[in-house]
Design a protein around this ligand. Structure first.
Ligand code: ATP
Length: 299
């Protein structure tokens, strides 16, 4: 696998000069950037996830699909640390991160976007993107004292450089000083992606990245997601209902139904799987599934 260029544009092993915690002591699990095993989550008497397990290969785009209520958002919330599952483990580059809080996971390189855009609407695009950097900022007094001065200035400069690269890459320079509230929906989604990228993630979790977008916005977003993977070397895990997008850009698909993994594999494999078709049929979504797959094949 070709080495990722990294966020400073060079092949670079020394990524942690701007504050991402070292993870050198981790045990390896082959090529899995993320590994989920035995995940079980209950809300009172309701079992939202049951013994869920899958791997996300480094450098891949992995999609989580499934009918409404299948447990996709719950799974995302477990992986990013917002929910604490009753059982199971989440390994990031071989290290068990199940007990880490969301900001600690983010500092390791796990960034996410949300189903409903979570930007500060009154702030400008640039200020929203800058918020992404705070995940790496040292906040306690001792760290602050050690880091004071030249090193800290360098850190700020490197981050500003990263932000400029992100703005350039996502083609949002012309709106950098616009308040987010004034932007069209598709652009707002792109700004959210920019903020997540400014966190310099190793794994980017996208929660319905094209929900509510028109065809042109969806195509733009698909291209950006592919470029994030290919040019920036970021592993992508996404929840998405748009089967056209899933078929087009995913390397691997995990299908959830009633909180369980019912199929895993290449997009064409899982959409031909009897159990998957039945799950969508049960949810009344099969017509949509077939139409979207057919639409993709025709394109
Ligand atoms: N905070 C919560 N409290 C109680 N039940 C919840 C909570 N969040 C989710 N659930 C339930 O857990 C199950 C899985 O929901 P989840 O939102 O994870 O599904 P989903 O696949 O993301 O659905 P959708 O595609 O509609 O977003 C559903 O039965 C849902 O009602």
């Amino acid at each position: 696998m070709p080495k990722a260029r990294g966020f400073d544009g060079e092949e670079n092993e020394d990524e942690d000069r701007v504050g991402r915690p070292q993870v050198a002591a981790m045990t390896s699990t082959g090529d899995a950037a993320l590994s989920v095993s035995g995940l079980t989550l209950n809300f009172g008497g309701l079992r939202a996830l049951s013994d869920v397990g899958f791997d996300v290969a480094e450098g891949s785009i992995t999609a989580i699909i499934g009918p409404n209520g299948a447990g996709k958002t719950s799974l995302f919330n477990c992986i990013s640390g917002f929910y604490r599952p009753q059982a199971g483990a989440i390994r990031f580059e071989g290290r068990d991160i199940s007990r880490l809080h969301p900001p600690e996971r983010a500092r390791l390189g796990l960034a996410r976007t949300f189903q409903n855009i979570a930007l500060f609407r009154g702030m400008t695009v640039l200020d929203n993107i800058k918020l992404g950097r705070h995940v790496h900022m040292r906040t306690n007094l001792l760290d602050g004292l050690i880091y004071w001065g030249r090193a800290q200035r360098e850190e700020i400069e490197v981050r500003a450089e990263i932000e400029e690269r992100v703005i350039d890459f996502l083609e949002i320079n012309h709106i950098r000083n616009h308040p987010v509230a004034s932007l069209a929906y598709g652009l707002r989604k792109r700004v959210e992606l920019a903020r997540a990228l400014a966190m310099r993630p190793k794994i980017l979790m996208l929660d319905e990245p094209v929900a509510g977008m028109n065809r042109e916005e969806t195509e733009d977003m698909a291209r950006f997601i592919l470029d994030v993977k290919e040019e920036w070397g970021v592993t992508i895990l996404m929840v998405e209902h748009d089967m056209g997008l899933v078929m087009d850009i995913s390397d691997h698909v995990v299908v959830l139904n009633f909180g369980q993994v019912i199929a895993r594999g290449a997009p064409a494999e899982v959409t031909a799987d009897e159990q998957v078709i039945r799950a969508y049929l049960g949810a009344g979504d099969i017509g949509q599934l077939k139409a979207r797959i057919a639409g993709t094949e025709a394109a």
